[in-house]
Write a protein that binds this ligand. Structure first.
Ligand code: ADP
Ligand code: ZN
Ligand code: ZN
Length: 803
């Protein structure tokens, strides 16, 4: 008997196990780990992943596998094993771990089609009998034929045919209409002669095909000759032309011309930095490197040349880039170096585009993938390097289950493949830099910019002074002057306003005082309903003061403005300036983001105003001024990483100015100019910031000194939410000893979202084993309630979101 071990598509606790199914004889040759199957499950039929095979089962009377969904495994053995690790690491369901590794189309309902790859003459008789001259036909016809499954498998393996999934109701594989000539050239010429005088359009078309013999996209032909479809149809009807549907890969980079580049001669600094990486590649060593270098120090060139070495060895490379849709400039650098070897995977692609790119990787048509977080699961089998650019970016942490961090997955995969991981950043996370300092990671530093240009000068403007001098607008005198100067010189300005943390904290506008928790050193959160300030880490609270505890001014209030308000103010203060606003509202449509950036790049606007999304990766020649409207809105998030995030963002946005010949200037407006994040960012002093911030982390027992786990509890009934969160605390207390700290339960900073009341507990610990059992116990305890969907409870290791 042959048995398949299957993980079924049901996410619920008692079901989170492997089920044994018997493999019917006709499928024995085909079924292997990593393919999906359809199995009977209770009264239903559901999808499942085969994760292993066995000769027998300890259970009796196994049900049979009904059907297979894939002919070739869509998950490799390595990825199957990785899913176990992911499950233990994040405490998620195994099925969620498996699905996280695949493009979403594999979750959707589907149909299958057979595509012939070879010419009819080289295909087996029985296949031609089914195909009947068609290049594509429904898979169901193959199933109904007398061709066996193992034979089909052989066809796929020998590349005679390909089997493709089609989402029901959607045309997932993109086909476009192509026009080509259907008769010999001399007939076309003859017909062109014979056309009557008023069929000029038809004549143009024939002339085109007399000169060009390749098929052309219907749309392209129409716009080229400026014609409607009618004259083309007329010629098709006469049998002179034909229109055919052909598969095209959806190319997210369509229309972008990528000039190719060759490796640059490395500077001495770059050589020093790249040598250990190249050695690790050559010696197949699993090292993690932290490449620390300011913007423009030549990190990307190091990535490119490391990848080249990997390709020369015949291996593959994964490059993670944050929010890649936002940095097309970055992607095109990889395309320019490696051309068709590159696949791109990111959230801005349509489902179909993602599937196409994934398929290129799966079929080994490419050897480099540049992508956002989930590209870490690219189904390569010979990985030679994994690169994570801007490693400090939060986007590498997945907020949904499985709540994994791509960096940790990268290290896990690299260990399997015996290859290096390179983490690059101008402002590494404290966690990474601490590891590098301890020798866990190998630190590589690039201290100079390649062109030896200095970083732009940063001017810190004290907004308290502005207020005292009677300037109540949101633009300081200094920033106003600087903007006017740029407008006069016909140069461009980038203005950043960070809206996160909007109005959750209070601040004195006179002296800049904010109110922090004495135990946790994070900003206290204002709860309007109770008119109280609350620490949402430890739940300490105090009344909202009427006057500033520091200077007794009554100008103590919430803080925050939106981008729209700033835009209005810009229009009043700088009536002649053309402004582009970029925030969630103006960029939600697909492609909008890029379009706005292109407009700005083409100098169709003078000022680019945006949220933090503009801080990353942009590179415009003509930008000579960067302004930060309110540095405080990020400094005082109720988050222990607030200082670190501010430092990163200020450093990053400053790097946007003066990247080319024109020198740059940065103006940072703040009510707390003395804050070390602001001060040290303006001096580009990462190591001083690191020292200072590590001291704070040690004192208040935060990462990297301790690990954190955040338990979020929400319920549509307020009392039930409170009860459940208390119970969580009790269970944890009962199942841990004194070697971890429990904080909370406490209301989340945003107590109520979508009519659900939200509470949280936080655990601080040194070793995962101290808390693992307790947390599993919590999950078990609430399983039933969670399945009934009233209560939601999530556990987040290494959390980044505390709202
Ligand atoms: P980073 O990734 O650290 O921001 P880049 O690799 O983008 O740095 O390098 C910054 C600029 O310097 C780019 O325009 C790049 O083409 C150029 N550059 C990098 N390395 C060299 C080199 N060895 N010689 C000449 N130019 C270089
Ligand atoms: Zn004050
Ligand atoms: Zn506190």
């Amino acid at each position: 008997m042959s048995v398949a071990k299957v993980i079924v598509d049901v996410a619920a606790s008692p079901i989170d196990a492997t089920f044994d199914y018997q493999i019917p004889t006709h499928l024995e040759e085909v079924i292997q780990p990593g393919i999906r199957v359809i199995v009977p499950f209770g009264p239903r039929k559901i999808m499942g992943f085969v994760i292993g095979l066995a000769d027998e089962s300890e259970f009796e009377q196994l049900k049979f596998i009904e059907e297979i969904m894939d002919y070739t495994p869509i998950l490799t053995q390595e990825l199957l094993e990785l899913s176990t690790w992911l499950q233990t690491e994040t405490l998620c369901y195994r099925i969620s771990a498996l699905q996280a590794m695949l493009p979403a189309v594999f979750k959707a309902s589907y149909d299958k089609e057979v595509w012939l790859i070879e010419e009819e003459t080289s295909l087996p008789e029985q296949l031609n009998a089914v195909a009947q001259g068609r290049e594509v036909f429904p898979f169901s016809e193959l199933e109904q034929s007398n061709i066996s499954d193992s034979e089909v498998k052989r066809y796929v393996k020998n590349q005679l045919i390909d089997i493709k999934y089609i989402v029901k109701g959607k045309n997932r594989i993109k086909k476009q209409s192509f026009v080509e000539h259907n008769v010999d050239l001399h007939i076309l010429m003859e017909e062109a002669e014979n056309l009557s005088g008023n069929a000029k359009k038809q004549k143009d078309i024939l002339d085109y095909f007399i000169e060009h013999h390749e098929p052309i996209l219907l749309k392209e032909l129409q716009s080229l000759l400026n014609i409607t479809k009618a004259p083309i149809d007329a010629l098709v009807k006469k049998g002179l032309l034909k229109i055919e549907q052909k598969e095209v890969y959806r190319d997210p980079f369509e229309g972008k011309n990528n000039e190719s580049t060759t490796p640059l001669t490395l500077t001495n600094y770059q050589k020093q930095a790249i040598t250990p990486i190249l050695n690790a590649i050559d010696d197949e060593q699993h090292h993690t490197f932290l490449l620390h270098g300011v913007t423009g120090s030549g990190k990307t060139e190091i990535y490119l040349q490391s990848i080249q070495r990997v390709l020369d060895k015949g291996e593959e490379a994964i490059v993670l880039v944050p929010e890649i849709a936002l940095t097309p400039q970055m992607v095109s650098r990889f395309k320019a170096r490696f051309g068709d070897e590159v696949a791109v995977l990111h959230s801005g692609l349509s489902q179909g585009e993602k599937y196409d790119e994934w398929r290129k990787i799966h079929r080994k048509e490419v050897r480099v993938v540049v992508g956002a977080r989930s590209a870490i699961f690219a189904p390569f089998e010979n990985i030679g390097i994994i690169i994570i650019d801007e490693e400090h970016e939060q986007t590498y942490k997945q907020e949904d289950y499985p709540k994994y961090h791509a960096r940790e997955v990268a290290k896990q995969r690299a260990a399997h493949h015996n290859c290096p991981v390179v983490l690059g950043s101008a402002t590494p996370t404290l966690e990474s830099f601490a590891r590098a300092s301890k020798g866990v990671y190998h630190l590589l530093e690039l201290t100079e910019r390649v062109n030896e240009q200095s970083m732009p000068e940063v001017e810190i403007v004290d907004m308290r002074q502005e207020l005292h001098q009677g300037n109540r607008s949101m633009f300081s005198q200094a920033l106003t002057d600087q903007i006017n100067q740029r407008l006069e010189n016909n140069e461009q300005v980038v203005l950043m306003l960070n809206r996160r943390g909007y109005s959750t904290f209070v601040m004195c506008r006179d002296c800049g005082e904010t109110i922090n928790c004495n135990h946790c050193d994070i900003s206290m959160t204002y709860h309007r309903k109770f008119n109280k300030l609350k620490c949402h880490y430890c739940s300490d609270e105090r009344p909202m003061p009427n006057v500033c505890p520091n200077c007794e001014s009554d100008a103590i209030r919430f803080f925050g403005t939106g981008t729209q308000k700033v835009e209005e103010a810009l229009n009043i203060h700088f009536p002649d300036a053309r402004v582009i606003r970029m925030d969630v509202d103006t960029t939600s449509r697909k492609g909008a983001h890029e379009k706005l950036l292109n407009q700005f790049g083409n100098h169709e606007a003078d000022i680019l105003l945006g949220t933090q999304m503009i801080a990353k990766g942009l590179d415009f020649k003509n930008v000579t001024l960067v302004g930060v409207i309110a540095a405080d809105s990020m400094l005082h998030l109720p988050d222990f990483r607030a200082s670190e995030k501010s430092f990163q963002l200020l450093t990053q946005v400053s790097g946007r100015a003066g990247r080319h010949e024109l020198p740059g200037q940065v103006v940072v407006q703040t009510y707390t100019p003395e804050h070390y994040s602001v001060q040290l960012a303006s001096q580009y002093d990462y190591s001083a910031f690191y020292e200072k911030e590590m001291e704070v982390r040690r004192q208040f027992q935060y990462p990297p000194y301790f690990y954190l786990a955040l338990i979020n509890i929400s319920h549509d009934n307020h009392v039930a939410a409170i009860e459940a969160s208390k119970q969580v605390a009790t269970i944890i207390a009962q199942n841990t000893t004194g070697n971890c700290q429990l904080m909370g339960p406490t209301p989340s900073p945003m107590l109520r979202i979508k009519n659900r009341y939200r509470y949280q507990c936080m655990l601080k610990y040194k070793k995962r084993e101290y808390v693992d059992d307790a947390l599993k116990e919590v999950l078990n305890h609430f399983r039933k309630e969670m399945n009934q969907n009233q209560l939601q409870l999530t556990i987040d290791f290494e959390p980044y979101h505390f709202m």
